[in-house]
Design a protein. Structure first.
Length: 260
């Protein structure tokens, strides 16, 4: 066995062989001869940055334009709001003026109505003084008004009113009503208001306080010669009435009812 290793075997304690220099040898790589992707990438990056800046600028310009439009809209809205506020204030002032006018008119209306009511009450009070005491009650007011409305057109109504005023004058002088006047009132009542003759007879009798009594007669009553004076003999039933019967405080019939 050879104790010394062979030097002809490559890789065993010897440096690696050096390739000979020559034209066919490949030159070593250097930085100046490196591929260009880095520069292209940088150029592309610059272009992208420029486009991004442009997009950002356009976006900013768009936002600025939109902001200006919104500011213009806001300014117009504010102008419209001011104008509308002024219009609403004018409307509100007008409504307040109308409300005040209505309140004033309502107050005047109430005052006028109250004055009219008081005047009407006073008129009724004064009118009542021209009627006999038996006819001054409120229940007789419609009847009094109807009679007054007929006076100018109906002579019989005028005569009845004159006799009633005469009775009022007698009462005002504290003198008792003459029975002849009471009889004449009966004639006028049956000529003008026969449907109310019995009611007036009762009212006058009650107001007389026992000084006289009136007996009213109605059509259909049986003839009673104690207080009736028939216009013809042989009558059994009253067919027409032209006056009532009157008796004095002693109960004596002074005037008989005129019937037919």
């Amino acid at each position: 066995m050879n104790p010394y290793p062979s030097t002809t075997q490559p890789g065993r304690g010897l440096p690696p062989p050096i390739a000979p220099a020559g034209p066919s040898a490949s030159p070593p790589a250097s930085a100046s001869t490196a591929p260009a992707p880095a520069a292209e990438e940088a150029s592309q990056t610059n272009r992208l940055n420029a486009e991004a800046v442009k997009l950002v600028a356009e976006a900013n310009e768009s936002r600025a334009r939109q902001l200006r439009e919104l500011e213009d809209i806001l300014a117009r809205l504010q102008q419209n709001l001011v104008a509308e506020s002024g219009r609403l204030k004018r409307v509100e002032d007008d409504l307040r003026a109308r409300e005040a006018s209505l309140l004033e008119s309502e107050a005047l209306r109430r005052e006028s109505a109250e004055s009219e009511r008081q005047a009407q009450t006073r008129v009724l009070e004064l009118q009542a003084q021209f009627w006999p005491a038996a006819l001054r009650a409120e229940a007789w007011r419609p009847w009094r008004e109807r009679l007054l409305a007929r006076v100018l057109a109906e002579p019989t109504a005028a005569i009845l009113l004159a006799r009633l005023h005469t009775a009022t004058a007698m009462e005002s002088s504290a003198r008792p009503l003459p029975l002849e006047l009471v009889r004449d009132l009966g004639h006028s009542m049956y000529e003008t208001c026969p449907e109310d003759a019995e009611k007036l007879a009762q009212a006058l009798t009650q107001a007389a306080g026992g000084r006289f009594e009136i007996k009213a007669v109605r059509a259909g009553d049986r003839i009673d010669k104690r207080f009736m004076q028939p216009s013809a003999a042989g009558l059994v039933e009253v067919r027409a009435v032209s006056g009532w019967a009157v008796r004095d405080a002693a109960g004596k019939w002074q005037f008989l009812a005129d019937v037919g």
